[in-house]
Design a protein around this ligand. Structure first.
Ligand code: KDO
Length: 329
């Protein structure tokens, strides 16, 4: 009896072991679906299809959906939280709609440049915010993707020197509270609109302008329907490559290393290309007949920073975090 039992136990254990050994690891056959309003030719998208996807091909299939064809702009985080989507390219502005403390990274003239942005993300000063995204939304932020310095791009030709000159300008902003506040801080009359509708909005005159980095203005052909670019550089814009924490946790530690490296490498590749484009494109727009010039940057910086510090958003910012961000060198 004893022997039989022992034998049964042994066989059971052996079978279980075999099942574990022959069961495919989580990664095999897994598809990671990403939704983003970005175009497929945007540098973040190219970095994902050309760098990220091939690097993870042995553990997962990457399936990107561009131009917001799978989920509308701004609904991706909820889709991930509900288990309907695996990945997105999210932003502090989207995170702030669900976790108010995140609004600190929506503030104009806070991050200094692409390098500062990358170092802040890696420095540990954002760890609490990243953890909140994991705990509250089930979203892990893999890496920071540089979108570029946002500039004011108008279909009107009145010269803009200071925020006072922006009075009455219907400036399209993405549709979250934090974005609209930024538009107001710039002195404009902010109008919410999805990214995919901006070209038509400019063409029909539903809006007077929009703000995006120079490479986006070229990629989405906004220069065809606008007359000037005011180099306000009001936001060193950052996006985060986000993945469902539940999905992430199913990968083995080795597979997670592969995913993490692929994400960082893709972000770095996109960042370098975006920086190069930013340096080159002023000339391109001038050749297309647009006026491109710097306004009174001090006037913009002073007003925008003062507006943020006095805003309701600032009350939700973790104590001392602005100083810690400034101190990252
Ligand atoms: C935009 O809607 O203007 C914006 O640039 C905001 C970014 O945070 C990001 O969502 C981006 O659009 C999309 O990825 C499309 O490029």
């Amino acid at each position: 009896m004893q022997g039989f039992l022992k034998r049964r136990t042994f066989i059971g254990a052996a079978l279980a072991g075999a099942a574990v050994l022959s069961a495919p690891a989580f990664g095999q056959g897994v598809t990671l679906r990403l939704s983003t309003p970005a175009t497929p030719t945007d540098q973040r998208s190219l970095a994902l299809t050309e760098v990220f996807a091939p690097a993870i091909k042995d553990i997962a299939k990457f399936e990107p959906h561009f131009n917001a064809t799978l989920f509308k702009q701004g609904t991706e985080l909820e889709a991930i939280a509900r288990g309907n989507l695996d990945m997105s390219i999210t932003s502090a502005q989207e995170l702030a709609t669900l976790i108010p403390a995140w609004s600190i990274f929506t503030a104009g003239y806070l991050l200094r440049d692409a390098d500062h942005q990358k170092k802040v993300f890696a420095s540990g000063v954002m760890d609490d915010l990243k953890k909140m995204a994991e705990d509250k939304l089930g979203v892990k932020l893999l890496t920071v993707m540089y979108l570029g310095r946002r500039q004011v791009n108008l279909r009107t030709d009145k010269e803009i020197k200071t925020p006072a000159d922006m009075e009455g300008v219907k400036l399209r902003m993405p549709g979250t509270e934090a974005w609209l506040f930024l538009g107001k801080a710039l002195g404009a009359n902010p109008t919410p609109m999805a990214f995919t509708e901006v070209y038509t909005g400019l063409q029909t005159g539903a809006i007077d302008g929009q703000d995006n980095p120079l490479p986006t203005n070229k990629d989405s052909k906004f220069y065809e329907v606008t007359k000037q670019i005011v180099l306000t550089s009001h936001l060193v814009d950052q996006n985060y490559l986000a993945i469902s924490k539940k999905v992430w946790d199913k990968f083995t530690p080795d597979q997670q290393k592969v995913l993490q490296k692929a994400a960082d490498d893709a972000a770095e590749s996109g960042r370098q290309k975006q920086l190069k484009l930013e340096a080159e494109l002023e000339q391109f727009f001038k050749e297309k007949g647009l006026k491109v010039y710097a306004p009174d940057l001090d006037a913009f910086r002073k007003k925008v920073q003062a507006d943020y510090l006095a805003s309701k958003f600032a009350k939700d910012w973790p104590a001392g975090l602005v100083d810690k961000i400034n101190a990252v060198k």
